[in-house]
Design a protein around this ligand. Structure first.
Ligand code: PLP
Length: 373
């Protein structure tokens, strides 16, 4: 059996190599670096992919979030509600642009914002809700959009982990994740669904006024007092413009792997496979299981002892990180986020996992939890 890796892009790269090499050579030969036509071309490709009229590429996901927030022109100190269970960079970036992160709890099944918890934390100082499409599946956008309308708030979407996922509203209409709220953004960091590119990000919107502001901010490098200088590299744009055509294929390949895991864990009450929401497709950016908190760390150690990598996303609920607590939050405030951070474990997930490897992983997971459970 080959070594098991958490992620892998070797086969995908081999397949795309001729196209990527041609794109690379074209950039190097064009001498058109300053005009950056590849960046414009990629901006159009990602906008088309997400079914939004406007996309503004930039240097990484954190910058893309800044761009999205700056385009809203919220007064300093405005509260932005975001999930207590998630990527820390999101909360840090909200605080970094002078806004106030306010946390809400998440749903135990989908790991995404719980609209009832969000509503509890809306105050006259709230300006936006930041929904994160966690691990490959959409947040409940219809409910969040209804809250945004009711309280006149902006709805921002982080589509980094669910690029290509499809949301189905009550009207049965299919929408691409990222094209539902007022502004969306994504990262193209190597571990994200576009796989093995370099640094990159983009913000997008359906509103031309916001798009115009984003363009101005990236062009002038300034938004009032705030300095912003963030560009997507030309070479990176050319590589991404090749890869974006294969997003669906990557996503389907991971869904195939997920079916293997799902079948293996279906019979066990001690391992909860990721839930599939009825309103969203699931592209399995991560395959995240839940086990009893008492066995989680031991399970990870057991897997590691048997050469199976795994990861804990996310080990700390954000509201309990010291820099955000400042007397405002305490253990117990967001019970779901707290329980999840003790129960989740992400297993290897990529299109090159073989059946013998998958069988080996599942056997080790099941044997361990049975002994301990
Ligand atoms: C990785 C990640 C980010 C940050 O993106 P960078 O390109 O690393 O700045 C933001 N949001 C989510 C959900 C992420 O997974």
């Amino acid at each position: 059996m080959e070594d098991i890796k958490m992620t892998s892009t070797k086969a995908l790269y081999a397949k795309l190599k001729p196209e990527l090499d041609a794109a690379f050579s074209a950039v190097m030969a064009s001498m058109g670096m300053e005009e950056r036509p590849q960046v414009q071309a990629f901006a159009e490709s990602i906008a088309t992919h997400l079914q939004v009229p406007h996309a503004t590429p930039c240097a990484n996901g954190t910058d893309a979030l800044q761009l999205a927030l700056l385009s809203l022109q919220l007064p300093a100190g405005t509260e932005v509600i975001l999930p207590a269970f998630g990527h820390e960079a999101i909360a840090a970036t909200v605080a970094g642009v002078g806004l106030q992160p306010v946390f809400a709890d998440v749903d135990m099944q989908t790991f995404t914002l719980d609209p009832a918890s969000v509503e509890r934390y809306i105050t006259p100082a709230t300006g936006a809700i930041l929904a994160v499409h966690q691990f490959g599946q959409c947040a409940p956008m219809q409910e969040l959009l209804a809250l945004a309308q009711k309280y006149k708030l902006w709805l921002v979407e982080d589509v980094t982990q669910a690029l290509g996922a499809i949301y189905v509203g009550e009207d049965e209409k299919e929408r691409k994740a990222g094209a539902i709220g007022h502004v969306g953004y994504t990262s193209f960091f190597p571990t994200k669904p576009l796989l093995d590119s370099g640094e990159g990000g983009a913000a997008f919107t359906r509103q031309s006024e916001l798009a115009e502001r984003m363009l101005q901010i990236t062009r002038n490098g300034m938004d009032g007092k705030y300095t912003f200088n963030s560009r997507l590299d030309t070479l990176q744009a050319a590589m991404l413009d090749v890869k974006i055509k294969y997003v669906e294929e990557y996503n389907e390949a991971r869904q195939e792997i997920a079916r293997f895991y799902d079948n293996a864990f279906a019979e066990s009450e001690l391992v909860q496979a990721p839930h599939r929401a009825t309103y969203s497709s699931q592209i399995y950016h991560q395959y995240t299981i839940k086990v009893a908190p008492e066995v989680r760390n031991g399970l990870q150690q057991h897997l590691s002892d048997n050469f199976i990598p795994s990861a804990i996303y996310y080990p700390h609920p954000l509201h309990l990180l010291e820099k955000y607590t400042s007397g405002k939050y305490k253990p117990g405030d967001f019970p779901v986020a707290e329980l999840l951070s003790q129960s989740v474990l992400s297993l290897p997930m990529h299109s090159e996992l073989k059946e013998d490897q998958l069988g080996y992983i599942c056997r080790h997971v099941l044997t361990y939890v049975k002994q301990r459970g």
